[in-house]
Design a protein around this ligand. Structure first.
Ligand SMILES: NC(=O)c1ccc[n+]([C@@H]2O[C@H](COP(=O)([O-])OP(=O)(O)OC[C@H]3O[C@@H](n4cnc5c(N)ncnc54)[C@H](OP(=O)(O)O)[C@@H]3O)[C@@H](O)[C@H]2O)c1
Length: 308
């Protein structure tokens, strides 16, 4: 792939926060065409304002719905013609509220949105990936029980009884609703890591490079949208003031730029199977994310859910 060639990049979660900043950064590179999946393409004004229309294709996608994923993948194939996809940026994510919510298919909402829809999307687009393509999933330090910052924010790491229980949102029945919601999010992010490492292990060579991205703690995004008023106020207005003082915190702009660098740099991009932070250094990892038995269990359960 030469520098002059157009890079076709497919992304989810690019209508706000880190993903929107990544899209803005990618738009500065004239050789990039973006296909973005968004829940409400008609309302993606910030994205339309940031990316020249001739280099942007906006298609409807709700990653929590396997039907929507299938329709989106079909539309991507129609749009791309014979062009191959140089990167797949799977960044969409949600925290979820305190009430356990299941999709129509009976899958817990955060797991469906952050994990299952993305895994299914990869399956449906993998035949169109360019040699050496990047497949990047946005993970999070919240998965790691030893991470001090996320503990301060009320997380206690992922809980993985088995993949079938995770998919149904059955983690710790004794947890308070607030804790259970954080547990579901943290566990969905562990599953992003398990999937990335499993795919890197099972896909020989560097044909496709599977990368997990830890964007850092990035207040000021829309991630707290399902939380109560005071939590949202803290996340969107107060914590951003502390960003310069706290090394683990960063801005959507800085984190988005790093995400863009990973997606649009086919020659310099890292080796498969890495988990990188917003400084593009190896991120700290809960060793259980490398557990091949958990990885295989997750792949098996997801294959069953996507087949049914
Ligand atoms: N901010 C942080 O501190 C932090 C830390 C670690 C990891 N992360 C991860 O970083 C990623 C981006 O988060 P952010 O902080 O930038 O939050 P954000 O501003 O809320 O962005 C989330 C993006 O995901 C999209 N999305 C959510 N649910 C979707 C669905 N069902 N189908 C399709 N798109 C959906 C949203 O689109 P809509 O416009 O349709 O809502 C939006 O574009 C997420 O994966 C998040 O878990 C964030």
């Amino acid at each position: 792939m030469t520098q002059d060639e157009t890079l076709l990049i497919v992304m989810t979660g690019a209508t706000s926060g880190i993903g929107l900043e990544a899209a803005k950064s990618l738009a500065e590179r004239r050789n990039v065409h973006l296909i973005i999946g968004a829940r409400s393409p008609d309302r993606a004004d910030a994205l339309r304002a940031a990316v020249p229309s001739e280099r942007l294709t906006l298609l409807r996608l709700d990653t929590s719905s396997l039907t929507s994923v299938r329709d989106f993948a079909k539309a991507v194939h129609e749009e791309r013609g014979t062009s191959l996809i140089s990167a797949l940026g799977l960044n969409a994510g949600m925290l979820g509220g305190e009430r356990l919510q299941l999709t129509e298919a009976g899958v817990e909402q955060a797991f469906a949105t952050n994990c299952l829809g993305h895994f299914a999307l990869f399956d449906q687009l993998k035949g169109a990936l360019a040699p050496g393509a990047i497949v990047l999933l946005t993970a999070s330090q919240s998965h790691n029980p030893a991470d001090r910052l996320t503990r301060l924010l009320g997380y206690r790491g992922a809980i993985f009884p088995n993949a079938a229980s995770v998919a149904r949102g059955k983690l710790d029945e004794s947890a308070s609703p607030a804790q259970a919601s954080r547990d579901r999010y943290a566990t969905s992010k562990l599953c992003c890591l398990l999937w990335t490492f499993a795919m890197a292990r099972l896909t020989p060579g560097e044909d496709i490079r599977f990368i997990a991205y830890d964007p850092g703690a990035v207040p000021a995004t829309q991630l707290a949208r399902e939380l109560d008023f005071s939590s949202r106020l803290g996340w969107e207005r107060l914590l951003p003031l502390a960003v310069p003082l706290l090394p683990s915190f960063t801005t959507p702009e800085a984190s988005g730029r790093s995400l863009a660098r990973l997606l649009a740099n086919p020659k310099a991009a890292p080796k498969t199977g890495q988990y990188l932070d917003h400084r593009l250094q190896p991120a700290t990892l809960w060793p259980k994310a490398r557990c091949t038995a958990w990885q295989d269990d997750l792949l098996k359960v997801c294959a069953g859910l996507t087949a049914s």
